[in-house]
Design a protein around this ligand. Structure first.
Ligand SMILES: Cc1ncc(COP(=O)(O)O)c(C=O)c1O
Length: 401
């Protein structure tokens, strides 16, 4: 058997293997595990979108290869129209948008399209691991910007050495942020656009959670900044917006050269998404408001955060994303030790923060997308079990904010 390519060795070991093992054992014992680990909408895709897919399947035109240059045109038009309605920015669907088989695919392939040996790619720590792993596999060096609580989990551009910035080709950011739930403001986007223009870096803004916001909050975008489209590409996803993770549909928007470069690589890798899915995605973007699901997450967020605060674990309340990012509440325990102890003692699964980078050590992530929960009652149960586990120590509780 030939050996796999050396580049595969840059993929870090799967940090959650031990947790998966303990979870599987608990389930095999018949334990009722509350899994706050998975960031995958538990609610079904709205019925009207499913009906749109059925209609699209009945059109034989969707049964063939999509031979368009950047994706199914009704979908790209729906994406840019949605963007104009929500963010007030007008983009050309024919040249400034590109359809993706989920945003993960596009975020990963962009690194392959731009980065090579000798280049630097800037990524967030903690962060979604896809940016870093693909930059490393493509042969680039990765410079990680630590996201710290005292800076609102935003990157500090003054801390990036100028020789790193000069060699950097891509700067990945993600707000609303997975895993911390942090949000960005116009000031940060303004700084990033200025920085990337100065150093000729492509700003890659992952907005998979752009629509997952609460309390009427609306997240800004990088492309709203004057001149941003010279050096910015944004990645959007229908996954979290419309409970469509399994459908695999997303889009990139922004700088026309970046979109064309990504598509040049993709044209040699895939033959686009099933057009019927793109057609149903266009319907979703044009017609569907998924507020009902967001309201459910908001009620769960309130029940979980309030409950944890009442038992002494002072967790922050996110304005966006469906993640609670909280300091480990047990004195002397690492993220992994706490997560393991909680699973063993309370059958509650949380994700150790260091799984998203070493700057995540000392934190855990809890997701609001809990399969089987109706209206927050499973979150009340999780709080009861966490309290009974004895793992929330009064000396360290309160560090979360
Ligand atoms: C930060 C972030 N970006 C992108 C994605 C990819 O989403 P999709 O490929 O389903 O569009 C995810 C998925 O969990 C994510 O958390």
């Amino acid at each position: 058997m030939p050996s796999p390519a050396r580049r595969l060795s840059s993929i870090p070991p799967y940090l959650f293997a031990e947790m998966s093992r303990i979870k599987a054992e608990a389930i095999a014992r018949g334990a009722d595990v509350i899994d706050l680990g998975i960031g995958d909408p538990d609610q079904p895709t709205p019925e009207t979108i499913r009906a749109a897919l059925v209609r699209a399947i009945d059109n034989p035109e969707t049964h063939r290869y999509d031979e368009t240059p950047r994706g199914w045109m009704p979908f790209l038009r729906a994406a840019t129209d949605w963007y104009t309605r929500v963010f007030g920015v007008t983009l050309d669907p024919a040249t400034q948008a590109c359809q993706l088989i989920g945003s993960k695919e596009g975020l990963a392939h962009l690194a392959w399209a731009y980065a090579e040996v000798g280049d630097v790619v800037i990524t967030p720590n903690p962060g979604y691991t896809v940016y870093k792993v693909n930059a490393l596999m493509a042969g680039a060096e990765v410079f990680e910007t630590p996201l710290r609580v005292e800076n609102g989990f935003l990157p500090v551009l003054a801390d990036i050495p100028s020789d790193v910035a000069r060699r950097a080709k891509l700067f990945y950011i993600c707000y609303p942020h997975n895993p911390t739930g942090a949000v960005a403001d116009e000031r940060l986007y303004h700084e990033l656009v200025t920085f990337c223009r100065e150093y000729d870096i492509l700003l890659v803004s992952d907005m998979a959670y752009a629509s997952v916001t609460y309390d009427g909050f609306r997240h800004p975008t990088a492309l709203q900044i004057d001149g941003a489209d010279e050096i910015t590409v944004e990645f959007h996803s229908l996954s979290k917006m419309f409970n469509m993770t399994g459908w695999r549909l997303g889009f990139a928007l922004g700088n026309a050269d970046a979109v064309a470069t990504l598509q040049k690589l993709k044209a040699n890798l895939d033959s686009k998404q099933f057009p019927a899915i793109a057609e149903a995605g266009a319907f979703a973007l044009n017609e569907v408001d998924n507020r009902g699901t967001l309201n459910l997450y908001q009620r769960r967020r309130d029940r979980l955060c309030q409950g944890l605060r009442e038992i002494g674990w002072k967790v922050p309340i996110p304005k966006a994303s469906f993640y609670i990012w909280a300091r480990v509440p047990t004195e002397g325990m690492s993220s992994a030790q706490f997560a393991t102890a909680l699973l063993e003692r309370a059958n509650v699964l949380v994700i150790p923060g260091n799984g998203y980078g070493d700057a995540g050590e000392g934190y855990v992530r809890m997701s609001l997308t809990l399969l089987g929960d109706q209206d927050g009652e499973r979150f009340d149960e999780a709080v009861r079990r966490i309290a009974a586990s004895g793992l929330v120590s009064p000396t360290t509780a309160g560090l979360g904010i």
